[in-house]
Design a protein around this ligand. Structure first.
Ligand code: PEP
Length: 265
């Protein structure tokens, strides 16, 4: 894969973004304990990194209550419906997320692709719905081990980018967060090497440049996700095309999530 042109990066400033994907962990009571500890670790003055917590839907109001309007931590949802409202049992709408004050929504996580059959086309509808509601999608992409070993890495990433972002304007793409999460690294303790992760990120940015233009590619923030922890975060985030991390397991404890944030400063 071609390395990204570093001269461009010298003139770019993409604020790092670190997000905690709590998945189906941490109910309202535990979230309050987490945030009490987390607030001691991270001060509101720390503006160098965008910090995001993505709790289960039912925990979002408790997180908002503790944050009490503090904007130093953004809150996201783990999914959203592609519909407005109505007879869609179990679904949550963008209007509801806006009512709670959610700034972000994680879309296309590999667990939603794997367990709920979500396709690039379906995720594309959700991305458009989120953007129409002013909510920033954190769009997850990434290959399985079988695809990587079968030489399909670039084909898979390209189709996830092109199909998932189909119909978006360059300006909309510039404002997105895209999380590159190799499926084989999620929750397994196996992390992509910093060099492999950088190569994949540079490839993704190149696809965005070819599809939506260089300005969008220079502005879009790319996170790495897959067994990020305090011990490997700094090296991953020092790579020129890695602008942050989407963190699962290591974001379930306030001290370890805070340590990853500090590694991004
Ligand atoms: C994730 O859930 O997106 C993730 C990257 O999980 P983990 O950090 O546990 O691998």
């Amino acid at each position: 894969m071609a390395r990204h042109n570093k001269t461009i990066l010298i003139t770019m400033s993409r604020t790092p973004i670190i997000a905690a994907n709590w998945k189906m962990n941490i109910g309202p009571a535990e979230a309050k304990e987490f945030l009490a500890a987390f607030k001691n670790e991270i001060t509101c003055e720390c503006k160098a990194v965008d910090k995001v917590i993505v709790p289960p839907f039912i925990t979002i109001p408790a997180v908002m209550e503790v944050l009490n309007g503090c904007t130093c931590v953004g809150v996201g949802a783990q999914d959203v419906s592609d519909r407005d409202n109505g007879a869609f049992t179990g679904e949550i709408s963008t209007t509801m997320l806006n009512e709670l004050g959610c700034k972000y929504v994680v879309l296309g996580h590999s667990e939603r692709r794997q367990y709920h059959g979500e396709t690039n086309a379906y995720i594309n509808k959700k991305i458009k719905k989120a953007l129409a509601a002013g909510i920033i999608p954190i769009y997850c992409i990434g290959e399985t081990l079988e695809q990587r070993e079968g030489g399909q890495l670039e084909t898979v990433l390209k189709s996830q980018v092109v199909e998932g972002l189909e119909g978006l304007t360059a300006e909309e793409v510039a404002g997105l967060v895209i999380a590159y999460e190799p499926v084989w690294a999620i929750g397994t303790g196996k992390t992509a090497s910093a060099a492999d992760a950088q190569d994949a990120h540079a490839f993704i940015r190149g696809v965005i440049a070819a599809t939506f233009g260089q300005d969008a590619a220079d502005k879009v923030r790319l996170q790495y996700g897959g067994s990020v922890k305090p011990g490997n975060a700094a090296e991953l985030m020092s790579q020129p095309d890695i602008d942050g991390a989407l963190v699962g397991g290591a974001a379930l404890k306030a001290d370890s999530f805070a340590a990853i944030i500090k590694a991004a400063v």
